[in-house]
Write a protein that binds this ligand. Sequence first.
Ligand SMILES: [Fe+2]
Length: 398
Amino acid sequence: MATVTSTETQNLPISVQADPQPTEEKAAEEKPTEEKAAEEKTAEEKAAEAKPKIRRAIDEEGDNAVPATYPHYLPVWDHGEKYPPLEPFEHIEKGKGADPTFKDLLTEGFKLQHLTPTTGSEVSGVQLSKLSDAGKDQLALLVAQRKVVAFRNQDLADLPPQEAVALGSHFGPLHIHPTGPTAEGHPELMIVHRTVNTSEYDLILGNRNSTVAWHSDVTYEKQPPATTFLYALDVPEVGGDTAFVNQVEAYNRLSPLFKERLHGLKAVHSGIEQVEFSKKREGIVKREGITSEHPLVRTHPATGEKALFVNKIFTRKIVGFKDEESEALLNFLYDHIGRGIDYQARVKWAPGTVVIWDNRVTSHSAIVDWTTGERRLLARITPQGEAPIETPYVAEPK
Ligand SMILES: [Fe+2]
């Protein structure tokens, strides 16, 4: 598990540093008082600049802002929060070997409804915070099978945040996002926050036709996320849905010859641009950006299903292909994934909703389509999974 290495001690304010040089002291004594005051002020300013900044959304909201229902979840950007590179670990897949009857998950009074035949389900009558370990394992399997499951009327947001963190920890070590804001004191809770009014909406669409940006989260990591949680804190009454695409189904739709060609290929995924973008905007960088090579087709460890594993946000190039070849193939795959509304599902948020998806076999996109100025505040818990694995192509019966 990564540890915090604060830069605070390296940047002590000058006023508390011991033993200034005697010659400097003497020179300061001989200067006129006004000049000394100016120098002192400069020193204070320098000290303030040297101390890592902490930006809090709550401090920046105007008096007219509608109060957040859970203000302790408003995002915080701590410039002093630094982590070493992630360490490899052995992933234990909780969904593997879990009871496929889901008897400890879908208990008395539950209701499960599929959103589409292949992709997405909604569950009510189950309280995630009360699940036994067997129930949590079955949750990993259900999410792997359905790709995304929305649980309604959950109490996760009302519980102390550390209980949400503990629930996520069952599935793997929790990822700390290299550039994303967090809930204060909870680095594992990445915060998604946006309020959109008409002028902001126009700005967002100023140079693009759609807000859709399909991706799987932080795929540049050596062991990218697996069973991932996002829970609602404040959401617009209408709008701000999240769309999911089933990349197992996207793989299944390809011809046998095409599938066979994709097997064995690897692609480079990069997090470097995300970090550089944050640096340029004077945002936070908690960990330096890395690149990883992952198979283009990965196999899910619990279901054995094969899924396309590329996304336009983080995938850069197919290893061994020339630029034009790589671009042509990747663009075909992005288009194929993005247009497959017959293997996609769309989840509407509501207070108390927790959405869980398997980042290994899906992509998703937020949909920015509300202009009411309403707050969309969500918290993400991101357990890491295995380094993506590939199993050989299996010829299909003719
Ligand atoms: Fe995401």
